[in-house]
Design a protein around this ligand. Structure first.
Ligand code: NBP
Length: 471
């Protein structure tokens, strides 16, 4: 009997997704370029399961019921094209390929067009949640040929994480929109992680909390409506892990140099292309970049002095102020990410991307899962044309109520010489967004002065350009 789903690529993600599909009642065929990997999978984790191993792509394709649903879970980039080119002569009209890797959305755009022109169908599906999510329920962001999504809907709605308001999957929109939303999700993830790192730095180095106290504070924050989330939860747990070799908290012996892979940088590049301001996410990418020049920083630390010392006020009050600063900054970060998806939807994806649905499908399965996403969904459900999350009643009042704490925390950080690039970028975003007049009148005057670039006037309609004789 033919298998109902096929999966190519049995590395970490592919193996776990295959087991998830099978567990949910869909007989699956698998293929991996290196046969030994398939044999090992069959001998171990897939033993006794309704998984059909195949060792040539011909055998793989022939084992699937029509229209064929083939998921590719190989390294993003050239390997995806290589596998697709091998499949094209073997598959038939109406068959569909689903790319579940972290592909660049422009590659997905190209692949959708190419496959549709050949009579096939193509879905670019962002998958978030790592190894554990892939096995037990990821957040899935599929975009591309809509008719293909309808065919895979019964499967993806079962394998996705399940939350109070449904499975964490929805049809995102045409072309590369699924991978685009996954890319911005990763950018937001960068922002969340950096904001948490800055809160940790302040609590450890300004407030002087030890690892047990840090565990308590983050555990307590994880019980709050605002901050309850997977990333806060794992942060609390991290402080309890001791290093076997030194007996010290493991986090203290981990080198402070973080890498940044494609998706964070791609988010920044796309935001610059579309002209959307995402300073918190840029700060997060930048923070990883500067962290990576460890040896240079160590050398600089010997010659570039600055303030130091500890916070000398009430510690409990300070911890609460950091919590408020973290929450306000996080709201700004999500406001930026959602504004970016909103603009991309309009300019690239026929206005088809539903921002409330994006927030809903991130509520489970993925790294940024958090209670707070329910509020974002609600805000966009109430007003799908909301220009910015900061204007939503759910968030506006929170920021207005807590901005004093936020500003105090930033002043303390500056006074003690603790870098808080994402906290600062968020506050700058808030202050820039809420100001009716920014100093770019001067910028425009300079541009007109040195390059006759012209300017608009406050007392004339937008789009009417003037030029002054400055000399
Ligand atoms: P990897 O990204 O490490 O890719 C390894 C797989 O790609 C193996 O099955 C390998 O086959 C196959 N492959 C390569 Br490399 N080149 C190939 C080619 N030219 N032809 C055929 N197969 C080829 O696997 P992963 O970590 O499971 O991730 C898969 C995708 O999911 C990636 O795009 C990744 O970015 C994305 N993703 C990963 C995570 C995560 O937590 N790891 C989370 C979310 C998304 P071989 O065995 O023959 O070498």
């Amino acid at each position: 009997m033919a298998q109902s789903f096929g999966l190519i690529g049995l590395a970490v993600m592919g193996e776990n997704l295959a087991l998830n599909v099978e567990r949910n009642g869909f007989p699956i065929a698998v293929y991996n370029r290196t046969s030994a990997t398939t044999e090992k999978f069959m001998a171990e984790r897939a033993q006794g399961k309704n998984v059909k191993p195949t060792f040539t792509l011909e055998e793989f394709v022939q084992s699937l019921e029509r229209p064929r649903k083939i998921m590719i879970m190989v390294k993003a980039g050239a390997p995806v094209d290589a596998v697709m080119n091998q499949l094209k002569p073997l598959i038939e009209e109406g068959d569909m390929i689903i790319d579940g890797g972290n592909s660049l959305y422009t590659d997905t755009e190209r692949r959708v067009k190419d496959m549709e022109s050949l009579g096939f169908r193509f879905v670019g599906m962002g998958v978030s949640g790592g190894e554990e999510g892939a096995l037990n329920g990821p957040s899935l962001m599929p975009g591309g040929t809509e008719a293909a999504y309808k065919e895979i809907e019964p499967i993806v709605t079962k394998i996705a994480a399940q939350v109070d308001d449904g499975p964490c999957v929805t049809y995102i929109g045409p072309g590369g929109s699924g991978h685009y939303v996954k890319m911005v999700h990763n950018g937001i993830e960068y922002g969340d992680m950096q904001l948490i790192a800055e809160a940790y730095d302040l609590l450890k180095n300004a407030a002087g909390l030890n690892h047990e106290q840090l565990h308590e504070v983050f555990s307590e924050w994880n019980t709050t409506d605002e901050l309850n989330s997977f990333l806060i939860e794992i942060t609390a747990n991290i402080f309890t892990k001791m290093d076997d070799e030194t007996g010290l908290p493991l986090v203290d012996v981990i080198l402070d140099a973080a890498g940044q892979k494609g998706t964070g940088r791609w988010t920044v590049e796309s935001a610059l292309d579309l002209g959307v301001s995402i300073p918190t996410i840029i700060a997060a990418v930048n923070a990883r970049i500067i962290s990576s020049i460890k040896e240079e920083r160590v050398a600089a630390s010997k010659v570039l002095t600055g303030p130091s010392g500890k916070y000398d006020g009430d510690l409990k009050e300070f911890v609460n102020m950091v919590r408020d600063a973290l929450y306000c900054s996080k709201i700004c970060s999500y406001a930026q990410g959602m504004a970016l998806i909103g603009k991309a939807s309009k300019e690239l994806f026929e206005s088809k991307v539903d921002l409330g649905e994006c927030a809903r499908i991130w509520k489970g399965g993925c790294i940024i899962r958090a209670g707070f996403l329910g509020k974002i969904k609600h805000a966009f459900d109430e007003n799908p044309d909301l220009p910015n999350l900061l204007l939503a009643p759910e968030f506006k009042q929170t920021i207005l109520d807590r901005q004093d704490s936020w500003r105090q925390v930033l002043m303390t950080a500056a006074k003690l010489g603790i870098p808080v690039p994402a906290f600062s970028a968020s506050l700058d975003y808030f202050d820039s967004y809420r100001r009716d007049r920014l100093p770019q009148n001067l910028t425009q005057a300079q541009r007109d002065y040195f390059g006759a670039h012209t300017y608009e006037r406050t007392d004339k309609p937008r789009g009417e350009f003037a030029h002054a004789e400055w000399f």
